[in-house]
Design a binder for this molecule. Structure first.
Ligand SMILES: *[C@@H]1O[C@H](CO)[C@@H](O)[C@H](O)[C@H]1NC(C)=O
Ligand SMILES: *[C@@H]1O[C@H](CO)[C@@H](O)[C@H](O)[C@H]1NC(C)=O
Ligand SMILES: *[C@@H]1O[C@H](CO)[C@@H](O)[C@H](O)[C@H]1NC(C)=O
Ligand SMILES: *[C@@H]1O[C@H](CO)[C@@H](O)[C@H](O)[C@H]1NC(C)=O
Length: 274
């Protein structure tokens, strides 16, 4: 009995694993179009946190400035030991062994010996958040000159000369543009970005700060608005947004009766000025 359950779990887990593992080229193309961000084709993220951590250790190992950080070195050794423990003699990660370990961690709500879509989704979101936080940590390490774990405009944008900053150019990527992004992210307005604020500056697509979302939307509109009248007419809508919307609904919501471009436009065009 117990054996049957274990084998069933393993089979399910293995199928999920294959479906989610990024280095399977055969599956990669098919899944690459599934993205939570409208209009973006993102590479799949790593499914197994041990693989992510090992990548970080290897990256860390390449840069030489980590000798001073004993805590981090200890952590890296721990990761290497884990990786070795879960690997075959040839140094290849034993996927069966990893799944035996990961399955109970994913099978969380409820713990019933089966991994459902929601559990898998939660797991992937958890991995994604971890990845973003890690990136932000690294960027703070890189820019935080005075080591107060907060980032001032000058710290983050030391690549700009005094002249650039005085010129205050507001086109995408210029000093004035960055200053605006910085101020949008600086929610408490104290002139420096703490971890969460900096996270929002670096990953505006994932931010829920109004000013950031509006600014992002404004730029997207500008890109799509061919005749520059500040509005999307039906033609511009079909050309730029509709296909993305359709793909999103098909893949994420799995609906078959998707509105046509005319129907969707009519629904969104609240004041009916087309
Ligand atoms: C770290 O670097 C050393 C020396 O270059 C190398 O021998 C070792 O295999 C590396 N370890 C990892 C995990 O990349
Ligand atoms: C992987 O782990 C499983 C479960 O412990 C074991 O039966 C199998 O022999 C291992 N495979 C390799 C290639 O080490
Ligand atoms: C740069 O321009 C923005 C608006 O475009 C303005 O709010 C800001 O005060 C200007 N900064 C400087 C240093 O001139
Ligand atoms: C989408 O829904 C249909 C029926 O409603 C179902 O047969 C199909 O397996 C679903 N596809 C996905 C990817 O969930």
């Amino acid at each position: 009995m117990a054996k049957v359950v274990v084998y069933t779990c393993l089979t399910i887990a293995f199928v999920l694993f294959l479906a989610c593992y990024p280095n399977k080229r055969h599956y990669g193309n098919e899944f690459a179009v599934i993205s939570r961000r409208l209009g973006y084709n993102l590479a799949l993220q790593t499914f197994d946190p041990l693989v992510s951590e090992m990548k970080r250790v290897v990256e860390d190992n390449k840069s030489s400035n980590h000798q001073t950080d004993l805590e981090k070195d200890a952590r890296n050794i721990e990761v290497e030991d884990d990786y070795e423990y879960f690997s075959s003699k040839q140094g290849k990660l034993n996927i069966t062994l990893r799944l035996l370990y990961l399955f109970p961690l994913i099978d969380n709500g409820p713990k019933d010996g089966v991994v459902g879509v929601k559990e898998l989704e939660d797991w992937n979101i958890e991995q994604a958040i971890d990845r973003l936080n890690y990136k932000t940590e690294k960027e703070i390490d890189l820019h935080d000159k005075n080591e107060d774990r907060a980032i001032s405009f000058e710290e983050y944008l030391s690549q700009f000369s005094k002249e650039d900053i005085e010129k205050n150019g507001t086109r995408h990527g210029e000093a004035g543009w960055w200053k605006e992004q910085f101020m949008n992210a600086d929610v408490d307005g104290n002139g420096v970005l703490n971890f969460d604020e900096f996270n929002n500056l670096l990953h505006p697509e994932d931010s829920n700060i109004d000013a950031i979302r509006k600014s992002l939307l404004g730029e997207k509109m500008e890109e799509m608005d061919d005749d520059g009248d500040g509005k999307l007419d039906f033609e511009e809508f079909v050309k730029t947004v509709y296909d993305t919307y359709k793909t999103y609904v098909e893949l994420e919501v799995n609906r078959t009766n998707i509105p046509t471009s005319e129907e969707k436009f009519a629904e969104l065009d609240v004041n009916k000025d087309k």
